[in-house]
Design a protein around this ligand. Structure first.
Ligand code: Z2T
Length: 829
């Protein structure tokens, strides 16, 4: 068949709605247009990658149309916007989600007339611009901000290389560079005209201005240019869009002609290389500070670009900077962007000549701060000399902020030097540091934790002295996840079943899932429910075979632990349970247990030895167990390489059991726990983070609880915890540890896992041995419960029906109403 462009392309004089329309016929024409004119491929030679590009471009046009239509509303002089500042965003692949949110998935399928839309959707390289929960949360919030019609911008960094791709070689993690931009990125639009210049290094000078005022200027020794790339994020069934604006670093001038003319070619390009380094790569540590100069430069780079962008827009919209806080509120996603507090002060005082008092008032009314962890090793602090050499003016400003702040503290607590030292933004207990959490606290009107338990611990454990001051508002906003991507898009089978029973409005009103409760006992509904789970498991089983080379039984219990690998998350406790079952089956070959498939996924920070050893242990146990004929049909262990958003979307719908087994008090919230339960998995978990609230919602009888509470854990530690006692008192546990040390899982190498077992026996910071017996017993209950399919299915239905609270729509509404004081746009007529 020959391609005739006249037959498929709209006439050049066609009305606008014909070019941007959503009908199958018009979509088809647009896709073919883009294939020809943007991708540059005739239909008959187009490969799937070309089709992906053409479809994505056509969808982007339609997203942009919404963006344009809202321009007037967004920029009206009386509209307050939220700027969500985050060093990480993990949006996942856009195409499928944009089709869903625009409501044109079926139309696109029809437009493609038999071509495989899902194949094209699957080709998209995801922007892995985050480590885990924190970055994914930011992406969920953008989805909800757009859906709920709040005026918002997400500001972050356009890393050229995102989180590394994980390969598994010989059981070990191997990091592979993430090249997400290799084939281009359809969704972003570069905006060179909004570029910002950012200063770095150098020194400060004081001078007297024309009114005789004392002023300071910063003479940098380097400047870089930040160029924004915009990705519109479209709301679900709404006329609204929000913008994700990511900054990319470029050299101020790509050639220094002075150097070039002297014949120093390399000197001339050096500047370009140094500048571009700033947005080159995401630091791959979750919850482990890496005090590197480049990381501080990244943080300042994007904070400064974002603040300057807001000032530009504020002035452009006819406001004055005295009203900055009426035009913008800024949410700090952890302390990574906290330097923005000092940067706003610098802009207002040094550049726009506001008084310190007025600038500080504006600043405090603008910022609020979300804390995401209690782990001490994650709390950001910068050595003073390093900080001063990168940001000399900001250090002065921070000293002034701190001086005034501590003066206030002194009037409230006279003579309490200990309190002053503990509250100070500068840590002077040894080597001096700038404490970024203190800067964020002092500079903002509200601070919040991300689950009820976590928010309590923020007050009582993390910042008790700030809490005593009383002035600051401490709040809780329990995290939420978007049901669009994590149910609507990932689990179309379950989505259709729910639609059939309760209509289709629940995806934007998740509380309506409660209406499913009436069907929890309905045998027909239970059967449909179980059938869909089995279909999802069958689909995942194929992926497991292709990607991990293991054949698993879709009727076995899929026991899933997917998240970053960290000792506090206790993937190795899960492994101790697996080895326990293995040991029991070896001793008693006729033992009846529920067949289980243990699935793991997650990346380890490249420098985190223990986490990497845990991955090796999982794979080592998998290798031994999966090939042992004595247990082969009862337990299978799989480590799925390269856990990311895209793979997560295949895993959640297939899970029966969700492992949320962190040491109580360590997981701030967790969000995977929500996604899994929303897809009908039952949780086995500790009273940690949002687990507490999930259990409250779904009912204790539909949740497998075990382990120490955080108070019990604290008491145990205070009384001198001795893990060895637990080992000696429990022969089964001792057997498990001895089995690891025997070399059974390491081809006779008795030393390989010694760092792990030795740590458990000698220190066990995360109390695995204390929680081992309760965990294994609880798993036994899971085993029994799964045998009663009807009862299990009923619990699964009730889990889903009661997950309404954990929609990111609820969370974003709480931020908007209680912290940002933001009003949504009125809908278009
Ligand atoms: C992260 O993903 C989280 C906290 C961090 O603290 C850093 C990163 Cl990269 C600095 C996680 C928490 O561990 C998790 O409990 C929480 O659900 C998530 O942030 C979102 O709040």
């Amino acid at each position: 068949k020959k391609f005739d462009p006249k037959k498929t392309s709209p006439a050049p004089d066609a009305p606008e709605h014909t070019r941007t329309g959503m009908s199958p016929a018009i979509l088809k024409a647009a896709i073919v247009d883009n294939l020809n004119f943007a991708v540059g491929r005739p239909l008959e030679t187009a490969v799937p990658e070309d089709w992906y590009q053409a479809i994505a471009l056509s969808v982007r046009d339609r997203v942009m149309q919404r963006w344009i239509r809202q321009y007037g509303k967004r920029n009206a002089p009386d509209v307050r916007q939220v700027a969500y500042l985050s060093a990480e965003f993990l949006p996942g692949p856009h195409l499928g989600n944009n089709l869903l949110n625009l409501g044109i998935t079926d139309n696109a399928r029809e437009a493609l007339a038999g071509r495989d839309l899902d194949l094209y959707i699957g080709l998209e390289e995801e922007p892995g611009l985050g480590n885990g929960g924190l970055g994914r949360l930011a992406a969920c919030y953008l989805d909800s901000l757009a859906t709920l019609r709040y005026p918002a911008t997400g500001y972050g960094i356009r890393y050229e290389f995102g989180i590394f791709d994980q390969a598994i070689k010989n059981g070990w993690q191997v990091e592979v560079t993430d090249k997400w931009l290799l084939y281009g990125n359809v969704w972003e639009i570069k905006r060179p005209s909004f570029a910002q210049v950012v200063k770095l290094g150098g020194h400060t000078e004081s001078y007297t201005d024309e009114h005789g005022g004392f002023r300071v200027r910063w003479i940098p020794d380097r400047v870089v240019v930040g160029v924004p790339y915009d990705t519109p994020i479209v709301g679900y069934r709404s006329d609204s869009c929000v913008l994700l604006r990511l900054w990319s670093a470029e050299a101020a001038q790509s050639f220094d002609f002075a150097d070039f003319n002297r014949g120093d070619y390399y000197g001339a390009v050096e500047e370009k290389v140094f500048s571009e380094n700033i947005s080159k790569v995401l630091y791959p540590n979750d919850e482990q500070l890496e005090g590197k100069r480049l990381r501080l430069e990244q943080q300042y780079f994007f904070a400064a670009c974002s603040i300057k962008d807001m000032i530009r827009l504020c002035l452009q919209r006819g406001s004055t900077l005295e009203r900055f806080h009426e035009m913008y509120c800024i949410q700090l996603n952890d302390t990574h962007p906290a330097i923005a507090v000092a940067e706003l002060m610098r802009q207002l005082v040094d550049k726009y000549a506001l008084s310190w008092e007025q600038a500080w008032d504006i600043t405090r009314k603008t910022f609020s701060y979300t804390n995401h962890t209690l782990l001490p090793e994650a709390l950001e602090k910068w050595p003073l000399p390093l900080f001063g050499s990168v940001l000399p003016r900001h250090l002065e400003i921070i000293y002034e902020i701190n001086r005034r702040f501590l003066d206030e503290v002194r009037t409230q607590f006279p003579g309490d030097d200990g309190k002053i030292a503990r509250l100070s933004i500068i840590d002077e207990s040894g080597e001096k540091y700038v404490r970024m959490a203190h800067l964020a606290m002092v500079g903002s009107h509200t601070v919040n934790g991300v689950a009820e338990l976590h928010s309590e611990l923020v007050k009582t454990q993390l910042f008790p002295d700030f809490h005593d001051l009383g002035a600051k508002r401490f709040q809780n906003v329990t995290n939420g996840v978007t049901p669009r991507r994590f149910l609507g898009l990932s689990n179309p089978g379950l989505t259709r079943l729910i639609d059939d029973r309760i209509g289709d409005s629940w995806l934007s009103n998740l509380d309506r899932l409660r209406e499913l409760e009436t069907f929890a006992n309905d045998a027909g509904f239970q059967q449909d429910w179980a059938r869909i789970k089995l279909e999802n498991k069958t689909r995942l089983a194929k992926i497991i075979r292709d990607r991990a080379g293991v054949v698993v039984d879709p009727t076995s219990l899929f026991d899933v632990q997917v998240k970053r690998i960290h000792e506090y998350k206790r993937q190795h406790l899960n492994v101790l349970h697996i080895i326990t079952l293995y040991q029991r089956l070896k001793h008693d070959p006729r033992l009846q247990i529920t067949p289980r498939t243990f699935l793991f996924g997650g990346k380890a920070a490249p420098g985190y030895f223990m986490a990497k050893l845990i991955i090796k242990l999982i794979n080592a146990v998998a290798e031994t167990v999966n090939q042992d004929p004595a247990v082969r049909d009862l337990i299978k262990v799989v480590f799925l390489p390269d856990y990311n958003v895209k793979h997560a979307q295949n895993i959640y719908p297939a899970a029966d059991l969700s492992e949320q087994i962190s040491t109580a008090g360590k997981e701030a919230s967790g969000t995977g726990n929500m996604k899994l339960s929303l897809n009908g998995a039952l949780t086995i978990g500790t009273l940690d983070g949002a687990n507490v609230e999930i259990r409250e919602e779904v009912g204790a009888e539909n949740f497998f609880l075990f382990g120490l509470t955080c108070e019990q854990a604290a008491r145990l530690r205070a009384g001198g915890y001795n893990p060895g006692d637990y080992c000696h008192g429990d022969p089964e546990l001792r057997g498990v540890i001895e089995l690891i040390d025997s070399g059974l899982f390491s081809h006779g190498d008795t030393e390989l896992f010694r760092p792990l077992t030795a740590h458990l026996l000698e220190r066990d910071d995360y109390l695995l041995l204390a929680d081992y017996r309760p965990y294994v017993n609880c798993q036994q209950e899971v085993d029994h419960a799964y045998r009663d399919t009807r009862h299990w299915t009923r619990m699964s239905i009730l889990n889903v029906a009661r997950m309404g609270k954990f929609s990111s729509d609820r969370a974003v509404r709480e931020y908007a109403e209680n912290i940002w004081k933001l009003k949504p746009f009125t809908p278009d007529e």
